[in-house]
Design a protein around this ligand. Structure first.
Ligand code: SF4
Length: 415
């Protein structure tokens, strides 16, 4: 049985850098796009050669940055390279992130013809003042046009991203954004709480008193409002920040992100991309120029890393178990299934995390669900807004005696 793997491709270009953004993306570097695309193809080919076990690609995700800012021809070439070097499943979900201001009808049709079958749009807000504060370049009308164009182009799987907790955003304006988004009939919604990140203009503005830090209580109310309205609108709240339209086969959930949340293997290519494959973590160099140089230089790296990796390390079982708890508890219905945890790691969930589970259950933050042979550990609804507190309980723990004999994680750093 081939291993199902996901493939993440990072596109670190944006027309403008938004004031709150701390993603690995750059504005004003357009002259590097052709060389970057060439380097990406080289990396995809290099990684494919290293995969010497039966595998197939189940999802491909072009994220950024703004992938839709790049010429369609270049994106098509990237997909063609993937098809040439990897076995791709017939039902492969192929997603692209797009900004409403960077897409037009013909370009979207070409993307659809190239093979992209899911599109994720950064709508963020339906309020023009909030969009301007975030330094997003589009306006609400552009979102309507972009969604209509994507539907006409044949995208049957469409996500909208929204942000709550924006300085100055009221409950009323949040409600308007939610209803504006619902009127566009998306298949999926991702709602993120704004965080003020170091090194961003937002951080400086907060320090100078020009904007207020988001109000936690208001953000909590906004989140709870969204939970209620989206449930009524027929969406399944399947991950802390993600909702998918309910369908019999749950096909509107983001299959690519499910792979991360289920702690299953993925390849990451492109500047700053991370990968997790055969118990190894890879981290690529972040800068565009550095990435291109590394791929041109083509230095040999240990499995499964490419020449672009600046770190590659094997994760021991104990580290993997902790990470598994942190990512899979994000899945509100699936949670962590006790039997599959035991099968994967060779130890019972409660044998290693019994104290944490008992404490968090007593605090009303975790609960058991499912039948006795399919027991799942889940966050309680009360914990949805306190999830980081729960995750912290499972990270950085001392190895239990049963695992002390195991090898520790090893990481190779490349100068
Ligand atoms: S468009 Fe997205 S990735 Fe680009 S700068 Fe804005 S928030 Fe960051």
């Amino acid at each position: 049985m081939p291993t199902k793997i996901s493939l993440y491709i990072h596109i670190p270009f944006c027309r403008h850098r938004c004031a709150y953004c701390d993603f690995n993306t750059y504005a004003g570097q357009e002259s590097l796009i052709p060389a970057y695309l060439k380097a990406l193809q080289a990396e995809i080919e290099q990684v494919a050669v290293k995969l010497n076990f039966p595998h197939e690609i189940g999802t491909i995700f072009l994220g950024g940055g703004t992938p839709s800012y790049l010429p369609v021809e270049g994106l098509r070439e990237i997909l063609n390279t993937c098809r040439r070097v990897f076995p791709i499943r017939d039902d492969c979900e192929i997603s692209i992130e797009a900004n409403p201001g960077t897409v037009h009808r013909e370009g979207l049709s070409e993307l659809r013809r190239a093979g992209f079958n899911r599109i994720s749009m950064g709508m963020q807000s339906a309020n023009i003042h909030e969009l301007r504060l975030l330094e997003r370049e589009h306006d609400p009308i552009a979102v309507i046009q972009a969604v209509a164009s994507a539907r006409l182009a044949g995208f049957e799987n469409l996500n909208l991203d929204l942000i709550f907790g924006i300085p100055g955003q009221t409950m009323d304006s949040w409600k308007k954004s939610i209803h504006f988004a619902l009127d566009l009939k998306p298949d999926h919604l991702s709602l993120y709480a704004l965080t003020i990140e170091h090194g961003t203009p937002f951080k400086k503005w907060v320090e100078r008193g020009l904007i207020n830090v988001p109000d936690d209580d208001l953000a909590a109310d906004q989140y709870e409002y969204a939970c209620q309205i989206l449930e009524e609108a027929g969406f399944e709240h399947y991950e802390i920040s993600n909702w998918a339209l309910k369908t019999g086969d749950r096909s509107k959930m983001c299959q690519h992100n499910l792979q991360y949340w289920r702690y299953l293997p993925y390849i990451g290519v492109g500047a700053g991309a991370h990968g997790f494959l055969e118990n190894h973590r890879t981290v690529n160099v972040r800068g565009i120029k550095a990435y291109i140089d590394r791929m041109n230089f083509s230095v040999e790296m240990p499995f499964p890393a490419s020449s672009a990796a600046e770190q590659v390390g094997e994760l021991d079982l104990w580290t993997q178990m902790q990470e598994k708890m942190m990512v899979s508890l994000r899945l509100l219905n699936e949670g962590v299934e006790a039997a599959s945890f035991a099968q994967r790691f060779g130890v019972e969930l409660e044998e290693v995390f019994g104290d944490q589970i008992a404490r968090l259950t007593r605090q009303g933050l975790l609960k058991w669900a499912g039948s006795s042979d399919q027991r799942r550990l889940r966050l309680t609804q009360q914990a949805w807004l306190l999830a980081n507190r729960v995750f912290r309980e499972f990270i950085g723990l001392k190895e239990p005696p049963v695992f002390r004999k195991n090898a520790h994680s090893t990481t190779t750093r490349v100068p």
